[in-house]
Write a protein that binds this ligand. Sequence first.
Ligand code: TXA
Ligand code: MG
Length: 351
Amino acid sequence: MDTKIIKIDNDHIDSTKLKEAVDILKNGGLVAFPTETVYGLGADGLNKDASMKIYAAKGRPSDNPLILHISSMKALDDLTKGDSSLGRKLAQAFWPGPLTLIFNKSEKVPLTTTGGLDTVAVRMPSHPIAYELIRQSGVYVAAPSANTSGRPSPTTAGHVIEDMDGRIDMIIDGGKADIGLESTIVDVTGEIPVILRPGFITLEDIERVTGEAEYDRSLFQKPSTENFKPKAPGMKYRHYAPKGQLTIYEGESRNVIQAINKEAAKKQSEGFKVGIIATDETLSSYENGIIKTIGTRKDEKTIASGLFRLLREFDTEQADYIYSESFYDNPLGQAIMNRLLKAAGYHIEKI
Ligand code: TXA
Ligand code: MG
């Protein structure tokens, strides 16, 4: 299949170009598009054949459900069933934006889209291209991150091209995805909101609206643990993994730098290619290997937005071993470390 790649300016959306993408979605095809979190791979979410194509293009297990992207609150009447008041409260506060809500699903939503679950994930994105694409197509757009299953999520059109060229109908290049980590997922089917995947919208942000909120307990378990049953099925799969072996070092900065330098020197002397995930503050303290800065600790948003890009870059450079600092001590720490720990297969050295 030939994949058409088009560039659209976020600030002045060219309606003729967007119309082409709209028509593909209406006709059951696949379009990758930018969102404020990561790039999505979209198809008509109520069309079984179209959503099956998403699973095929990504190589995604069929029990891993898709998020439906909407452009108006009216969609909730269509897609959900039962009492949705808790979710609506959060939707009022954070939509359009990087928040996905899990509701009880209506009969309209096919089980192929929800991976066989009775619940449905819904999000209204704020990115102007995503929003307009959904609005103009008039369909509920099922869209996982536009990466091959298992690889880091794409934050640029270039990343999508790496994984999806030749497998889908169109890629819209709208520049860099700002946040760089996927949306916060919150289950609102119970009494209090439960975070299934941490993201840019934090537990504290949610508590401010609903008074109470909690993390799903499986978030802090290793997938190898007995009885590991995350409520977001996607959280059980190997994810974001770079080709090289990633190890995270946690401890006082001075000690972390020393330990990484020692290990990097050892592996390099054995003939391996070594990569280091540093920060602007520590970049000059490392001695060996390919040293890259993820961002600055003065602004954790830069770290969130640099993570997936760096993991992909180390793949391109064919690093055999990658060493990273850890990033718990900031408001986005849970979201960043959730992705980094998965990428490392939970390999963490506490020193
Ligand atoms: O920021 C995002 O959310 C991006 C952009 C494109 O919107 N999308 C995204 O989709 O990250 P995906 O498919 O890569 O991740 C969706 C996650 C998976 O872990 C999946 O298991 C979970 O959401 N999920 C979907 N429906 C669910 C449901 N009904 N119950 C629990 N988890 C669900
Ligand atoms: Mg994904």
